[in-house]
Design a protein around this ligand. Sequence first.
Ligand code: SF4
Length: 200
Amino acid sequence: MSRRESAKAAAPAVTQATLVKKARDRIAYKPADVSPQRRLQRRYTMRLWSVRHARFLEWFYGRFADLFLALHPLWKAIGYARAERPVKFVERQVKGLMFDCRMCGQCVLSSTGMSCPMNCPKQLRNGPCGGVRANGHCEVEPDMPCVWVKAWEGSRLMRAGDAILTVQKPVDQSLRESSAWLRVTALAAQKRETGNGTAA
Ligand code: SF4
């Protein structure tokens, strides 16, 4: 092999990624100078915090649900249907930030260690699939910790953590984009009034 050929062989290969990078438009805007990987990690920060603080959130949600139930006469006076829009807006913001909530309308966070199962790419509501990676991450989204691994961890911190063993019904798609807070409140109020109403 000539010296020229061996120098050529030693040079690093130009990959497709390098070509794409070079061809990219050079503009002033940079997305906070953060790598895509770092952005993904940031996306999970809050939901992982919520799982780590599942015990506190369980306690807090109990007080919050009591308050909402105490406000039942107000919701009734306004009309649940009319209250839905502003309450849903707040619910979406709060739960979106803390749990990456997808507004399924039938919240099971109290039974899943404060880890929202709707973030599972397969939207499994009763435990993980068989594809959890050895590092506890999702097989579909390798950067994402499996929501069911996190659910189990969170449930172990909660007083009523064994609720995770309760088999959940399939998702009722007709409840999507509705307020779980108001629905649970209305059902609890009905139960309180009749003494035997059906629960969520
Ligand atoms: S279970 Fe449903 S309502 Fe609860 S956080 Fe997840 S998507 Fe939102």
